[in-house]
Design a protein around this ligand. Structure first.
Ligand SMILES: Cc1cc2nc3c(=O)[nH]c(=O)nc-3n(C[C@H](O)[C@H](O)[C@H](O)COP(=O)(O)OP(=O)(O)OC[C@H]3O[C@@H](n4cnc5c(N)ncnc54)[C@H](O)[C@@H]3O)c2cc1C
Length: 589
């Protein structure tokens, strides 16, 4: 079926819940009026349906092809044309800096476009997604000369970027990096080493590929503190001289087959330092934090497409009679959407997707406030929120993106398992998002091990204050008590980790994943409460889109009745500690 961008839901969250209709009041975003934002959302939806989705299946069937003679990679049929349309229409440069040709629009808009791109063609979205991360790292940490040489063409999409961290012996633990950088007399470096699983490492979509490579300088510490970041172009400045940074082969993988995942051999390739020596992790984190939010949107994008497919199927497929009597008496059976168990799967998808969208757009809006608000205290609070929620958005949206794709497939029964329907591709494509950009387990460790203690607990303090103030100030709202219980659970879990995790880091490690999930469910509960309140207000005033607003009230009820209940056992899981998890000896497994 054709993808239909969830334009009305996005507008409701942005304008009626988050107040993003006021973004244009900030000097930096004076052009982002509600009309412009609405036009961007609507046009992005059309692009996703008309340009990106039509080449999604062929991308999966054909995959990318590698030529060992030339080391070139060919992308699937139609990718080149779709990428050209995407970049030439400016979709890759929405929120990029204006001084290098970007449009300088709010980051929230990029979140929205990312969701639509990933619903319609995740593989194709990877090329510009990673390029965007490279742009941010270069903009924040590159020298003026590097910026002048590379940024405009990366922003226009004429060139693409990569992120080269992983090596055969070094995945999560980047301190194990073996790639070396040797200084040359002309201020450049010679880069030698092999990187694996590099997305967009080689392809035929762009004229040049700009690799950002982590490597170690001579004498650098053999830990992450010894890593430096280098810019290594496929073609050297001037345009025609080929740098010895060649693709050595493609990975054969279960999904995102249209995204070229490459072995990259840097054979004394010429590179330039980005940022300070031995400070590569800082530069790389600029890129990774952004990429983590983008990967979260991959989870949501896939989940939305899976939901649309399964809803449409459930309305058509006739099997059995409704438990409350025939609903379709002229046919031999009722559509399966009448069955409570099918409803359970559809409601889970719908309610979680809308909640995850609200969480993501809330984070995007905070990101915009953190860079554009005139009040330094507001900027600081918004930045705290973004830092804290980045691993939550990455992990929860990708875990639930995959789970919702699985629920969607289940709604289709045997049809879902066949390649006649897109659910199996969606499920395969979504799986990687839980692994790359730091596995979801590592995101949870980042949240618990780093973010909770950052600035003496200021980040989590800011979130808990926001939630508690909301609960205290809105005692008459529906779902108030359930939200209050969830916030208290999050508070108790935070205190438990502070009391036990400092003394024994394994306690923090054991609690990390359930804690991240508890935070996600609680912040989404806060979002559902705000969505229900906004919907009720509009319905009472006789305004707005009635079916959407009424569905928000029912969905909020479902969230509090059926999904938030998980928070109770997550707290029990966290506070039961590590003992039964860590006790087995080698012989006992
Ligand atoms: C399709 C694809 C595209 C990719 N694109 C890129 C790219 O563009 N650039 C790039 O550099 N890399 C890329 N990667 C690599 C990806 O980022 C890594 O696979 C990922 O970071 C995990 O590393 P690993 O696979 O070596 O797993 P490992 O690090 O070996 O981890 C294995 C398991 O152990 C867990 N684990 C490891 N250490 C800890 C710890 N300290 N605490 C708790 N749990 C731990 C992990 O969570 C995981 O479950 C890509 C991978 C794939 C498959």
């Amino acid at each position: 079926m054709q993808y239909k961008a969830p334009v009305n839901d996005i507008k409701f969250i942005l304008f009626d819940v988050l107040g993003a209709d006021k973004l244009h009041e900030l000097d930096k975003y004076s052009e982002a009026t509600p009309d412009i934002i609405s036009a961007v959302i609507e046009e992005a939806g059309k692009l996703a349906t008309e340009v990106l989705q039509p080449v999604n299946k062929v991308g999966d069937e054909q995959g990318c092809q590698y030529d060992p003679q030339t080391h070139n990679v060919t992308t699937p049929k139609g990718f080149k044309e779709a990428y050209k349309q995407f970049t030439e229409a400016g979709w890759a440069s929405l929120d990029s800096p204006t001084e290098f040709g970007g449009q300088g629009l709010p980051h929230t808009l990029k979140f929205i476009v990312d969701e639509m791109v990933c619903s319609s063609n995740l593989s194709l979205g990877m090329y510009s997604g990673l390029t965007h991360g490279a742009i941010s790292a270069l903009y924040a940490h590159g020298s003026n000369e590097l910026k002048a040489t590379y940024l405009a063409k990366l922003i226009s999409g004429q060139w693409t970027g990569t992120m080269c961290l992983t090596e055969p012996q070094c995945g999560t633990d980047l301190g194990l990096t073996r790639t070396r950088a040797t200084p040359l007399s002309d201020n450049s470096y010679s880069i030698k080493g092999t990187k694996i699983w590099i997305s967009g490492g080689e392809h035929d979509l762009a004229e040049n590929i700009i690799h950002l490579v982590l490597a170690k300088l001579p004498g650098a510490p053999d830990t992450t503190k010894g890593l430096s970041l280098f810019l290594v172009p496929k073609y050297l400045p001037g345009g025609s001289e080929r740098n010895p940074a060649f693709c050595g082969g493609l990975e054969h993988k279960m999904g995102i087959k249209g995204s070229a995942t490459c072995v990259m051999n840097f054979d004394d390739a010429k590179g330039w330092l980005v940022g300070e020596p031995n400070d590569g992790m800082r530069s790389m984190f600029t890129m990774m934090n952004e990429a983590r939010l983008m990967v979260g949107m991959q989870g949501l994008g896939i989940a939305e497409m899976a939901f649309q497919e399964s809803l449409s199927f459930a309305r058509e497929r006739l099997q059995s009679r409704s438990l409350s009597g025939p609903k379709n008496p002229d046919e031999a059976a009722d559509p399966i959407i009448v069955h409570p168990d099918v409803r359970r799967m559809l409601m889970r998808q719908k309610v979680l997707n809308e909640g995850m969208r609200a969480l993501a757009l809330f984070t995007g809006h905070q990101l915009d406030l953190s860079v554009a608000h005139p009040d330094a205290t507001v900027r600081e609070g918004a930045d705290d929120m973004v830092q804290l929620l980045t691993p939550v958005v990455k992990s929860f949206l990708t875990d639930e993106g995959f789970n919702n794709a699985d629920q969607g497939l289940q709604v289709l029964g045997g049809s879902g398992f066949t390649t006649d329907w897109p659910l199996e591709q969606l499920l395969r494509d979504s799986r990687i998002s839980r692994i790359y950009e730091g596995t979801n387990g590592i995101q949870a460790m980042d949240l618990v091990g780093r973010k909770l203690g950052l600035n003496r607990g200021r980040l989590i303090g800011h979130l808990l204050t926001t939630l508690n103030d909301y609960v205290k100030g809105n005692a008459s709202l529906p779902h108030h008590d359930a939200l209050e219980v969830a916030v208290k659970s999050l508070e108790k879990a935070t205190q438990w980790i502070a009391a036990n995790g400092m003394k024994d880091p394994e306690q923090a490690g054991a609690a990390a994943s359930p804690f991240l999930r508890l935070m996600a469910l609680t912040v989404i509960a806060y979002m559902w409460s705000r969505m229900a309140a906004a919907a009720k207000e509009q319905l009472n005033a006789g305004e707005g889109n009635t079916p959407l607003l009424e569905s928000k009230l029912v969905s909020a009820q479902y969230y509090f009745d059926k999904l938030l209940t998980e928070s109770t056992w997550l707290l029990a899981d966290i506070t039961s500690g590590k003992d039964s998890m860590m006790a087995l000896t080698d012989e006992q497994w």
